[in-house]
Design a protein around this ligand. Sequence first.
Ligand code: COA
Length: 166
Amino acid sequence: MGSQNKQSELPTDKEAKNPSYSETIKTEVVCPNDTNPMGILQGGRLVQWMDIAAAVCAQTHADGICVTASIDAVRFYHSAKVGDILTIKARITRAFTTSMEIRVEAFVRSVYNPTPRSLSTAYFTFVAIDEQAKKRTVPPVIAESEEDKHNYNLAALRKEKNSTPQ
Ligand SMILES: CC(C)(COP(=O)(O)OP(=O)(O)OC[C@H]1O[C@@H](n2cnc3c(N)ncnc32)[C@H](O)[C@@H]1OP(=O)(O)O)[C@@H](O)C(=O)NCCC(=O)NCCS
């Protein structure tokens, strides 16, 4: 199962890019190897798929290799079972200096019920690195929609909160 970038809108500015440019959609079918003995998708496997979609998104925005710096609290709203179809959407909310926040939402549907349900949402932070594994700066994000602008503003609050010693 592959991850796809829409890349429907090429960046108009060499530096800044809009979130649509790097939006990544990954589709998976839950197989027996992904589940517990009850046939329910394991949470760790879902997080792995979400991490891959987020990495493709971050690396497309940054034009280079990125590493996962953190994953915020992950909640699972529903179960997914063998044969269910998962759609994982990764969209950048904001780029800072060397880091980027990616919002990842997973949806589940069955072949018998095409209405998708939200399975999980999480925020991933990636840091861009160069060939020597040194941190490097990333292009800014130009928020497009009202939702993008909302997430852009909240990203700064999340970064501040995560940087504050607990
Ligand atoms: C992530 C990593 C590159 C950060 O390096 P560092 O020298 O500690 O980073 P700094 O403290 O200078 O922070 C660099 C940026 O990362 C952000 N960052 C660092 N740790 C973070 C964390 N735990 N959560 C969110 N952001 C984080 C900082 O806010 C900063 O962002 P900015 O430059 O956009 O302002 C480094 O810790 C690392 O390589 N970790 C391992 C990554 C990895 O292998 N991931 C795969 C999972 S095993």
